[in-house]
Design a protein around this ligand. Structure first.
Ligand SMILES: NC(=O)c1ccc[n+]([C@@H]2O[C@H](COP(=O)([O-])OP(=O)(O)OC[C@H]3O[C@@H](n4cnc5c(N)ncnc54)[C@H](OP(=O)(O)O)[C@@H]3O)[C@@H](O)[C@H]2O)c1
Length: 232
């Protein structure tokens, strides 16, 4: 049976995707930056210690897939960070850091693993609606927005390349999800967002449905976990 690979599964949305796919009887490989011990305890296969900014870590992951003879039919690239700023506080080292994780991270991982994707495989890259150019009506959050706008381009470019081999790639927005990522928000902003917050479990379930339905023909787009197509 082909394997479903989830990148960034230590916690949050990816952790929940790994648990749900495992509970549904799929072969799952959860890729974590930490030790992933709770996933191992739940009987889920884990490749631990993979930082998506490390060429060596990602090469080790690819080597494991090769030696285990793994074929991938779904890949969720979820790993990401969010640090917020404004015109006064934007820090160029932070811009580089978020770009390295949120933008180059999915490119590095999917480029390294593309040979394991079977024809008909589906790849979802978690970007963010705040990376949408059309949807930006407020400004601010320079580093995060830049990294996610560019991650959308990574997803579209990968779709153009990989769809030639029957693999669909989609940029995905998970919704506003109540995870540790939102610790970066001010309490006031978090309060304002409270009415639209969903749980990681709800978001994971929606994202799994969206990726299940993805085809080469419907790929190459920016899609909300609720199914809506979003403007770039
Ligand atoms: N939550 C939201 O409302 C929201 C909205 C839009 C988009 N997103 C996107 O959805 C994705 C998941 O977010 P989340 O809410 O689940 O956040 P989260 O709970 O903070 O989880 C982020 C995950 O990424 C991992 N990670 C961070 N840096 C990494 C690196 N360099 N290499 C490998 N793994 C790394 C973390 O591992 P550690 O725990 O070991 O640090 C963690 O497992 C992110 O890409 C985020 O930008 C989230």
């Amino acid at each position: 049976m082909p394997t479903k690979v989830i990148i960034g599964a230590d916690r949050g949305i990816a952790h929940s995707i790994a648990q749900q796919l495992h509970a549904a009887g799929n072969d799952v490989l959860a890729v974590t930056m930490g030790d992933g011990s709770d996933l191992v305890a739940a009987g889920i296969a884990v490749e631990s210690g993979v930082n998506v900014t490390s060429e060596d870590d990602v090469a080790r992951l690819a080597k494991r897939l090769e030696s285990d003879g793994v074929e991938i039919d779904q890949l969720f690239h979820v790993a990401g960070v969010m640090f917020l700023d404004d015109i006064e506080t934007v820090d160029y080292d932070d811009v580089r850091k978020q770009f390295e994780i949120n933008t180059i991270g999915p490119l590095r991982v999917i480029r390294a693993l593309r040979g394991f994707l079977v024809e008909g495989a589906k790849v979802g890259i978690l970007t963010s609606r705040v990376g949408s150019l059309n949807d930006n009506t407020s400004g601010g959050d320079y580093a995060y927005r830049i990294s996610k706008a560019a991650a959308n381009m990574v997803a579209l470019n990968l779709h153009h390349d990989l769809s030639k081999g029957g693999v669909a790639v989609q940029a995905l927005h998970p919704g506003m999800v109540n995870t540790g990522l939102l610790d970066a928000m001010t309490p006031e902003d978090r309060e304002r967002a409270a009415s639209i917050l969903v749980t990681p479990e709800q978001s994971a379930s929606n994202l799994i449905s969206v990726l299940d339905s993805l085809t080469v023909e419907t790929g190459g787009k920016f899609q909300h976990a609720n199914g809506d197509i979003l403007p770039w």
